[in-house]
Every structure is written in structure tokens, then in C-alpha cells.
Write a protein that binds this ligand. Structure first.
Ligand SMILES: Cc1ncc(C[n+]2csc(CCOP(=O)(O)OP(=O)(O)O)c2C)c(N)n1
Ligand SMILES: CC(=O)[C@@H](O)[C@H](O)COP(=O)(O)O
Ligand SMILES: [Mg+2]
Length: 624
């Protein structure tokens, strides 16, 4: 089928199952070809092709609202709602979003990027519908990992207590980004096994029914089984929430899917439709992807698959994880925690080497953080690493459970700063603002691999308070750093220090090298400081800058509110000192998706923007 002709999903109502199968094959091939070219979310979308077609066949979007939890698996939905021609711009600046986006289509009723908001949002929309005396359906497609996150549970608990109807589609592929974890995952596996059991049982029954003796055996054993079921085996967990349950449904069989969805549509109360799908279906390397390599993919050769990077350029995550692993070799008290991001945080080697000292708690940032607090309180040395934007979920746990009790630990804040293609839900530009106000925290941000590893050492060696180590998405040159090498807390680094210069740029992380190059390439009379500790500030150096009558430019690519610039301005203001300070950073808004350089230009915080400001300030200095 020519997918480009699809303007809306109405055409689906005319298709028979064979035509749906053909459409599914075309969509699957389209996703493989296009996403391997642009990058994006790959295996999750391959797994929901039939499910999404069936949803749009049974329900009437946009009147009925179909919400995809997280939204990373909404590409099929976007194809069926007339956006196939936009896929060449997927996750690019001003291009097609990688998640549902209300301003992109009337068929996108909700939007996310962070996990486990679909049910709470969907329930809110259902209650609003009922108060407005409307009759449309609210359908929430939630993955088996997303449904285990706290907010999903809170929503399920509430849903079972109200009359407003929501149809919950549990898309169970037994995978989070990597293999799913947790007791509920085991429960789903039992149901999955029982499906196999059910199929085997049906085959057994049809065999028994072929003979008189067989039929006697069947009736006798059936009585025993029914007795056990009535008295031993509980209803499933959704029944405990007061929710009806349909399933498990074969998520790649249109007959099964359509029957189940029609049944759910005809109900007058909330229901969970438990659908079994295969993550990565149709692309063998993604189907057998235990570590989530094909969950979110860079552009890759779909014939060759994703090739492992070689050489000494490594991701910040890999560099920092390798130093933690080195310290784990020396200190058996060090333990590692991740909320479902083993692959993204490059923890695979640690999990293989130290399975008893590394913990994947699923999509549960709040639990992960307080679990780390408990481990610390119990005498262990936890390293917990969480993506900056997902860390927003655990603000109170850092504050209430770690900092307030001053429990020593190292918190890796991965993907800090602009992340690029995932857009405003994933840019880690708020962490300095929301962490710098919490007492007892030391906040470190390295300019290179050496500082990153020395900071890991410092936190783990001193191990006296909670430490924050924030680092960006992206890669840098790796280097070997002995575990004995540490930094003095609260000390900034003078990169360029000429007493004849009266203008100083203060910045941090990998930006230090970019600014250094800018100064040297343009022969600018400007000093440069690496503010590698956001908290505590280097107060001695701030006093020295004041005594040397320096004008400052604070250069950041994070939200300006509450960031380094704010902290420095506050320091001088409280001391009643006048300083000429210019701050560069992101104004009070959300930065869209796109490649980093484009976004920096869009926010007027590219190196060229800094160069313009610096030259202007130098001119002013010369005049004064
Ligand atoms: C709060 C939060 N934590 C972590 C993530 C990263 N993340 C995105 S999708 C995903 C796995 C989702 O698994 P599941 O819900 O089963 O959906 P599937 O990809 O298997 O369809 C994770 C951990 C996120 N988006 N939001
Ligand atoms: C949808 C989601 O939240 C994750 O898949 C995220 O996109 C991963 O980001 P990285 O690709 O930076 O690991
Ligand atoms: Mg899953």
C-alpha cells in the first residue's frame, strides 16, 4: 500500500484482515527503512504495528482519544493519521516529534516523553468527558514497564474507585528498554506461561475428546482443576484494583485484537486489555535485543545492524561507569542502582561483573533514590545514575531521604544539558536549578574524562556527604585515571589567567574547551575559568575576581533561572559588591528537539553568540 496516500485512519474500517496484514507488512518495512536512516525509537514501534492498526479500526480517533504512554511507540499511529511524509524530519529541529504532540495532529490528544503519565492524564480526560456529558472513549496504551511505575499504580488504584471509564491497553512485550524487572513482570510472565498452558491444554482436551476413556479422564481432572482454581489461584492483580480484565490477547493476531477491543468498547466500565506483543518484531536483531540496543537507535545500516563504536572516544556515561567499576574492584561496599536505564547509562559491564551489587529497579526513579538512601544508611556506598530529566521525578527523595539525613552517596546526573533529538521532555537543563537549593549536596560538572573520573574518585573516597556528578549526552576522549586521584571540593580551575586582562568568562563542562578555542582563535584578551563545582562555589576565586575588578560573562547552556549565573549574582549581591556581569543561558521556556548546534543557535547561546558578546565587552573595556 502507498502509505503516503493515508490522510486519516478512516480507510481502515473498509479493510478485511488480509488487507490489514498487508498494511502491517508495509508499515513495518517503512519503519525499518526510515528509522534506520533517521534514528529514533525502533523496536517499540515494530512491536505495536498490528495493535495500532486494530485500535484505529475499532475506535474513532480523534473523537476517541488514543494515548500512548511515553509516546516513543506512536510512529504507527502517526503513519495512520497522515504524517508518513514527515518521517524524513523525525526528531529534527521543526520536524516530526518522536513523541505524541498536540500541535502536530488532532489525533494526538496527550503528549509525554516521560513514562507513566498516560493513565493519570487519561483518567483526568475521562472525568472531564463525563462532567461534560460526552461519550467518547479514552484509550491508554501503556507498556509493561511503564505500568509498573509509581504514577501508573496510583492511577490504576484510583481508576478502580471511580465510575469514569478508561480502556487500558497493557502492551506487554516483556521488555522495558532492556529485559523488564520486578514482581509484576514475573506475574505477567506467569500469565504468558498460562497462555502457553492454555494452548497446550486445549490441544490435550481435543486429544482426550477423541475417545470415551479420554472423555472420562478429562471430566475427572477438570473437577480437580476447577476446585483448585476456585480455592487457590487468585484473580489477577487488575481485579484487585477493581478493574475488569481481558486477555492475554495475541498482539499480532488481528482477529484476537479486534474481538478484544470490541469487547472493551462495549463495556460500560474500565477494563484492562492485556496484549502480548514482540518488541522489535520483523527485525531479527531487534527481536533478540536483551540489552535494549534497538530501543532508541542512531542512524544505522539496517543490513549490518548497529556496529559497536571503537577507539578512545567514549560516551560520558561509559567513561564514568568504567571508573565506578574500577572502584568497585577495590571496594566491595560500592553498589550501583539504575531505574531501567542499564544500556543508556552504560552499566552493562558492571551488571555482568557484579550482579549482586548492581540493581535495576525498573522505571521507578523515586524508589531508586530512596533505595539508595537505604543502602547508604545500611553501610553501603551507592552510585545511582539517573537521566537529568527523569531525575525530576526524584526531587523529594533527594531532598527528604538523602540530603536531609546527609546520607553519603554519588548521584550521577546523566544527559544533563541539551540532549538534542528527544526534545523538551528530555533536555537536562533544570538540574542545576532544582538541585542547587538542596542543603548538603556537592554539585560537580567535569570538563573532560580526567575530571569526570577524578570526581568519581573524590566522591567515593571522601564519602562523607551526598555528591552530584552531572554530565551530558555525547562522547569525549577517554583517559586512564588512578583511583587515588581526587579534586579539592569547591575549587575552580583557571584555564587562562592574565593579570592584564579585565574580562573573565566563567563556564563549565565540555564548554570550557570550546570557549578556550574561541578565545585563542580570535586572540581575545580574556581570562577563562572552569567552574567545575556548581556547589559549593569557589568563594575565594569570586572574591579575587572582585578585587581584580574583573567584568564577568557567565556562559551556560542550561536554564538561566537558578543556575550558575544566578548563584554568582546572588553571592555578590549579598556582599553588596558591584560586578559587571553578563549571563548567557536559556530563557524561561522549553527548548525544542533538534541537533545540538541548531538548538544552541536557536537559543542564541552558540559559541558565535558568545564571541559577539565577548568582542562587545572587550570594546567597552577598551573605552573605559
Ligand atoms: C520517567 C521516565 N523514566 C525513564 C524513561 C526512559 N524510558 C523510555 S521508554 C522506557 C521503557 C518503556 O518500556 P515499556 O513501557 O514496556 O514500553 P516498550 O518500549 O516496551 O513498548 C524507558 C525506561 C522515561 N521515558 N521516563
Ligand atoms: C523514550 C525515552 O525516554 C528513552 O528511550 C530515551 O529516548 C533514551 O534516551 P538516550 O537515547 O539518550 O539514551
Ligand atoms: Mg515493554
Amino acid at each position: 500500500m502507498n502509505l503516503e496516500k493515508i490522510k486519516n485512519p478512516d480507510f481502515l474500517k473498509q479493510l478485511n484482515v488480509d488487507e490489514m496484514e498487508a498494511l502491517a507488512a508495509d508499515i513495518r518495512e517503512f519503519i525499518i527503512q526510515n528509522v534506520s536512516h533517521t534514528g529514533g525509537h525502533f523496536s517499540s514501534n515494530l512491536g505495536v504495528v498490528e495493535l495500532t492498526i486494530a485500535l484505529h479500526y475499532v475506535f474513532n480517533s480523534p473523537i476517541d482519544k488514543i494515548i500512548f504512554d511515553v509516546g516513543h511507540q506512536s510512529y504507527v499511529h502517526k503513519i495512520l493519521t497522515g504524517r508518513v511524509n514527515d518521517f524524513a524530519t523525525l526528531r529534527q529541529f521543526n520536524g516530526l516529534s518522536g513523541f505524541q504532540k498536540r500541535n502536530e495532529s488532532e489525533h494526538d490528544a496527550w503528549e509525554a516523553g516521560h513514562s507513566s503519565t498516560a493513565l493519570s492524564g487519561g483518567i483526568g480526560m475521562a472525568v472531564a468527558r463525563d462532567l461534560n456529558h460526552e461519550t467518547n472513549e479514552i484509550i491508554c496504551v501503556v507498556g509493561d514497564a511503564a505500568i509498573m511505575s509509581g504514577e501508573s499504580f496510583e492511577a490504576l488504584n484510583y481508576l478502580g474507585s471511580i465510575d469514569s471509564k478508561v480502556i487500558v491497553i497493557l502492551n506487554d512485550n516483556d521488555m522495558s528498554i532492556s529485559k523488564n524487572v520486578g514482581g509484576l513482570s514475573n506475574f505477567f510472565s506467569e500469565i504468558r506461561i498460562s497462555t502457553q498452558y492454555k494452548n497446550a491444554k486445549n490441544n490435550y482436551i481435543s486429544f482426550l475428546n477423541k475417545s470415551k476413556t479420554g472423555r472420562k479422564i478429562y471430566h475427572m481432572t477438570k473437577k480437580i482443576k476447577d476446585h483448585i482454581k476456585e480455592n487457590v489461584i487468585d484473580d489477577n492483580i487488575f481485579g484487585e484494583f477493581g478493574l475488569d480484565y481481558i486477555g492475554p490477547v495475541n498482539g499480532h493476531d488481528f482477529h484476537d485484537l479486534i474481538n478484544a477491543l470490541i469487547l472493551a468498547r462495549e463495556m460500560d466500565h474500565s477494563v484492562v486489555v492485556h496484549v502480548h506483543t514482540k518488541k522489535g518484531k520483523g527485525y531479527v536483531l531487534a527481536e533478540n535485543d536483551r540489552y535494549g540496543v534497538y530501543h532508541g537507535v542512531p542512524p544505522f545500516d539496517y543490513k549490518e545492524g548497529i556496529l559497536k563504536s571503537k577507539g578512545n572516544i567514549k560516551s560520558w556515561s561509559a567513561i564514568i561507569s568504567s571508573q565506578v567499576e574500577k572502584l568497585m574492584d577495590e571496594d566491595e561496599d560500592i553498589v550501583v542502582i539504575t531505574p531501567a536505564m542499564i544500556s543508556g547509562s552504560c552499566l552493562g559491564d558492571i551488571f555482568k561483573k557484579y550482579p549482586n551489587r548492581s540493581f535495576d529497579v525498573g522505571i521507578a526513579e523515586e524508589h531508586a533514590m530512596t533505595f539508595a538512601a537505604g543502602l547508604s544508611n545500611g553501610g553501603k556506598k551507592p552510585y545511582i545514575t539517573v537521566y537529568s530529566s527523569f531525575l525530576q521525578r526524584a526531587y523529594d527523595q533527594i531532598n527528604h531521604d538523602i540530603a536531609r539525613m546527609d546520607l553519603p552517596c554519588l548521584i550521577g546526573v546523566d544527559r544533563s544539558g541539551l540532549v538534542g533529538s528527544d526534545g523538551e521532555t528530555h533536555h537536562g537543563v533544570f538540574d542545576i536549578s532544582f538541585l542547587s537549593s538542596i542543603p548538603h549536596l556537592t554539585i560537580m560538572t567535569p570538563k573532560d574524562a580526567y575530571e569526570a573520573k577524578a570526581m568519581v574518585n573524590t566522591a567515593m573516597k571522601q564519602f562523607d556527604h551526598p555528591y552530584i556528578l552531572r554530565f551530558p549526552k555525547g562522547s569525549v576522549e577517554d583517559c586512564q585515571v588512578d583511583t587515588s586521584e581526587t579534586l579539592q571540593i569547591g575549587t575552580w580551575e583557571k584555564i587562562i589567567d592574565n593579570p592584564d586582562y579585565h574580562l573573565t568568562i566563567v563556564t563549565y563542562d565540555a564548554k570550557v574547551y570550546k570557549v578556550k578555542a574561541m578565545i585563542e582563535n580570535n586572540q581575545l584578551p580574556v581570562n577563562l575559568i572552569n567552574a567545575r563545582f556548581i556547589k559549593p562555589l569557589d568563594f575565594a576565586m569570586l572574591d579575587e575576581l572582585y578585587e581584580n575588578h574583573q567584568s564577568l560573562i557567565i556562559y551556560e547552556t542550561d536554564l538561566m533561572t537558578g543556575s550558575l549565573g544566578s548563584l554568582i549574582c546572588q553571592y555578590y549581591a549579598l556582599k553588596h559588591r558591584y560586578m559587571s556581569i553578563d549571563c548567557m543561558g536559556i530563557d524561561d521556556h522549553y527548548t525544542p528537539q533538534g541537533d545540538i548546534e541548531t538548538l544552541l543557535k536557536h537559543e542564541h547561546i552558540a559559541i558565535d553568540d558568545l564571541l559577539t558578546l565577548t568582542k562587545e565587552k572587550c570594546r567597552e573595556e577598551r573605552k573605559s
